[in-house]
Design a protein around this ligand. Structure first.
Ligand SMILES: [Zn+2]
Length: 186
């Protein structure tokens, strides 16, 4: 029943042939681990991955500061989201469905990480690297929405979860139906 579909799909679409069951399971385990650490971990922190995200974040501030001191507060979040977005774009161009789904999970997990920081804007309970200013207290203050910090964080968290769950569902469908989808290209 399923096997005929899969074989036909893989012959018609070389990209989909790359989505083996092992790769699909790998992405699903990755997605589940990200959600699990955020929802059930005491810190809401994914080991290794969030350390990498933090490294990109910390590099982002001085990088943007080269162009504008006022905008440097946005640089951390910008760079930590830019890296998975660029990787995602690269896999999409290459027609690598597994890599694309993995980057969707990474991007979504980054949003969970950003949301955790956003939600702390008023409380300021999180330990900050370097003990500098709190990005989101500053940003939300500039926008006049500091009182909405937890609500904005909740929406950001929701988008992150959608991306993470969506990546697994999309890859599952990709494996069944064959060619890699190009949303918006028609
Ligand atoms: Zn920062």
């Amino acid at each position: 029943m399923e096997f005929g579909d899969r074989e036909r799909g893989s012959m018609d679409a070389p990209q989909a042939a790359g989505v083996s069951l092992a790769r699909l399971l790998g992405v699903i385990v990755f997605a589940a681990a990200c959600l699990g650490f955020h929802w059930f971990g005491s810190q809401g922190w994914v080991p290794l991955l969030d350390s990498a995200n933090l490294a990109f974040h910390e590099a982002g501030h001085p990088l943007v500061d080269l162009f504008s001191a006022r905008l440097s507060v946005y640089g951390g979040t910008l760079l930590q989201l830019l890296f998975p977005a660029l990787a995602l774009w690269n896999y999409r161009r290459a027609g690598n469905a597994t890599g694309l789904a993995g980057c969707m999970v990474w991007l979504g997990e980054n949003l969970l990480n950003v949301a955790r920081y956003m939600a702390d804007a008023r409380a300021q309970a999180l330990p900050l690297v370097g003990g500098g200013e709190h990005d989101w207290t500053e940003i939300f203050n500039r926008w006049g929405v500091l009182h909405l910090d937890t609500r904005i964080a909740g929406m950001t968290h929701g988008i992150g979860v959608l991306l993470i769950v969506g990546a697994g569902v999309w890859l599952y469908r990709c494996r069944r139906s064959g060619p890699i989808a190009h949303p918006g290209s028609h």
